[in-house]
Design a protein around this ligand. Sequence first.
Ligand SMILES: NC(=O)c1ccc[n+]([C@@H]2O[C@H](COP(=O)([O-])OP(=O)(O)OC[C@H]3O[C@@H](n4cnc5c(N)ncnc54)[C@H](O)[C@@H]3O)[C@@H](O)[C@H]2O)c1
Length: 308
Amino acid sequence: MRALVTGGAGFIGSHIADAVEGQGWQVVILDDLSTGRDENLEGSGAELIKGDVCDREACLAATEGVEVVFHLAAARAVGLSVTDPVTSDRVNTGGTVNLLTAARDNGVRRVIIASSSSVYGGVAPLPTPEDAPLYPKSPYAVSKMASETYCRVFSELYGIETVVLRFFNVYGPRQHPRSPYAAAIPLFVEALLKGDAPTIHGDGLQSRDFTFVEDVVNANLAAAKVPEAAGRPYNIAAGRQHTILDLIAAIQSVLGTEIEPVHTDPRPGDVRASCADASRAEEELGWRAQVGFEDGLRRTIEWLRDQN
Ligand SMILES: NC(=O)c1ccc[n+]([C@@H]2O[C@H](COP(=O)([O-])OP(=O)(O)OC[C@H]3O[C@@H](n4cnc5c(N)ncnc54)[C@H](O)[C@@H]3O)[C@@H](O)[C@H]2O)c1
């Protein structure tokens, strides 16, 4: 059986591609390598099509003979979408429509898309269930909400199975500190490893539900298999709320450092608090996060140390 992973050279996509290959599937990756890396594909048996999800021909070629698509390709950064909403809309919304259309034309059975906790916008109750109101606060979040809506419409119009996975702050090996708009964990670890003060946007009391990449991979595998998942959105999260100050303290405790963070202005488009109710994924996909926060941090820090 053949699977396509769009964005398969990126942080999360490359782990998914490895795991799907490990299940005996033939894997094709469609990635323009804009933020993805060749080194993430070392040892992979996947076929790489270097191309853009916005390119119709590339999506048609990539979906040929494919049964399941894991759609990860996106302009991932909230901050980038605030400065350049047009790109975020073109790649994330436009790329999703293009991919879904190619999937329809090639008779793909199921498309699993990487959505985001950002669709809730921090106004929903905590912990947040999937049926909470959606209130995007950045162009990135709008693009994810639009992608989710396209999935529903494609299911209803064309019968293609779609599953929406709303990831909450994913972290782990292969998440790079040196890419533009790098995520908080690799940035903090990198600063502390160098003996520098980590920079916090705002007071540090904003919270996130940090989810280890291996758990996210297993959620994708489950979403590919469970028939009843079609048409459903799922929160994919550890279901634990950590403030940024807690996070830095936990990293410092692993590293044995005691460096005072510095604070800058809050970032526009960021949500204040985020924590998932992930019970639907447990009940319907038989999935729950397994990796503890300290264990996940330790494994991430080990990988980042090796990069230096
Ligand atoms: N990292 C997180 O915490 C998080 C949280 C919620 C949702 N997500 C979603 O998960 C997915 C993967 O994110 P990630 O953290 O691995 O980011 P990433 O930047 O490492 O991966 C994105 C991949 O998509 C590729 N890509 C970008 N634009 C493309 C285009 N036009 N055509 C083809 N390929 C393109 C990049 O080269 C990269 O390999 C994204 O859809 C992101 O929005 C991530």
